[in-house]
Structures are given as structure tokens and as C-alpha cells.
Design a protein around this ligand. Structure first.
Ligand code: SF4
Length: 64
């Protein structure tokens, strides 16, 4: 699975961090960090995180 976040859209709302802390986090400056190729077993939480993003910045795709 490959996760892409459009950081130009991201407004650091944090919904994704709440939905999938295994994948998303903030650094000390509230800048979003994320695992771009998480384990396939995290797909359900990844898709919940993508759905929770108010600006639809997160894309979840199959691994290349
Ligand atoms: S939910 Fe969306 S806007 Fe909020 S931190 Fe995550 S990617 Fe950024």
C-alpha cells in the first residue's frame, strides 16, 4: 500500500493522526509526518484516516 499526502492541501487538522497513529504523526512544529508504504494490514485504518481528512489530502493506493 502506498500513501500520499498533498502537503499543500494539509492544514494540520490532525484527524488522520487520531484515526491512524500507526501511520501519521506531527513533528515538534506540527508538520505532518507519515509512513508512505505502511504494511498492508493497516489498510483499514489508512482508509479511515483518508476519509476523515477534511481537505481530502490523503490518497491510499496499491503498492507500486
Ligand atoms: S487530516 Fe488531512 S489536513 Fe489534517 S493533518 Fe491529516 S492530512 Fe493534514
Amino acid at each position: 500500500m502506498r500513501i500520499t499526502v498533498d502537503l499543500d492541501l494539509c492544514e494540520s487538522h490532525g484527524s488522520c493522526v487520531f484515526a491512524a497513529p500507526e501511520i501519521f504523526s506531527f513533528d515538534d512544529d506540527d508538520f505532518l509526518l507519515y509512513e508512505a508504504t505502511p504494511d498492508e494490514g493497516l489498510r483499514e485504518v489508512a482508509e479511515k484516516a483518508a476519509a476523515s481528512c477534511p481537505v481530502r489530502a490523503i490518497t491510499v493506493a496499491a503498492a507500486p
